[in-house]
Design a protein around this ligand. Sequence first.
Ligand SMILES: [Zn+2]
Length: 49
Amino acid sequence: MKYKCRTCLTTCTDIIEHIKKVHGFSERYIEDSLKSNTNSYKNSFEIIK
Ligand SMILES: [Zn+2]
């Protein structure tokens, strides 16, 4: 499964890795966001098969 980021328009295979490396989100911040909403980041990515 591949995902296309709606923000920077590049593709990746791992959303979490992408926002960590490309957008500089910290692991802590990501975990907190996922706890409050497990779909937090899915809306920012388009699924490419
Ligand atoms: Zn991106």
